[in-house]
Design a protein around this ligand. Sequence first.
Ligand code: SF4
Length: 312
Amino acid sequence: MVRLCGHCCAQRAVLRRPKTAEQLCRECFYAALEEEVHQTIVGARLFRPGERVAVAASGGKDSTVLAHMLTTLNARYNYGLDLFLLSIDEGISGYRDDSLETVKRNEETYKIPLHVFSYKDLYGWTMDEIVREIGTRSNCTFCGVFRRQALDRGAALVKADKIATGHNADDVAETVLLNIIRGDVPRLGRCANIVTGEDSPLPRVKPFKYTYEKEIVMYAYFKKLDYFSTECIYAPYAARGFAREFVKDLEAARPRAIVDLIRSAEQFRVPGLDGVGNAAAAAALPQPGNCERCGYISSQAGSACLWEIIPS
Ligand code: SF4
């Protein structure tokens, strides 16, 4: 027996939404997901007309769907955004060189310009060289900090007002869990913010904050989007992988668990960071400063971000 779409009741249902369990046809699924992202954007006032928005593009599913959806919504709802793709080449052979080819094809597909900045040009090191120097134990810590800086610097060079990232609901839920596991209370208080980076040169926004990873994959699959799906060769060493597995298990048992983790973190209040705490608690928290070597923002005044660990 053919099951009809639970929304239009006319077309054949081809999927069951992981987030809501609704049985939908393709067109109703596209419309539902796009509308949810649009509501997230307007509800949180992520953009203002005329802004130059850098779409952080890795060539992976999240950033490819983000580029597709932002160009679609920008045209449909007249956001008035000047969109472009911004890619960072970490210098990881057999991974980033291939994924950048996908981003270059997306530049053609979406007709928005692409700007690429590399670790080698910005820092004088590729990730392959860093891993050869320090091994694979902390490689993602380095890479994460360098990428964040590289995106900021690249976006500033091409005069962006804002960076849009493809972080999805699963990513945010994993970050919430990681901060609980590490006992990192200040980060726990802000990791679920939809706008971050107020302490760095450019704000970052997450239009997919409430969008489930499985639905992004379905959207990309049914729309036949061109994305790169190979994992980074250093990914197995990332601690985040364990949190990811745990979030997937939670989702299998209870699909709402992902959004509930995010909602829990949104309710979290850190004394001193949200104006409701006491002065002593606020004073105990690290105050951001500038790195002594590169001048970029660091977690504490007078510290040297990660440069001190890499030999000159
Ligand atoms: Fe960088 Fe680690 Fe991600 Fe690879 S898995 S791109 S090394 S952060």
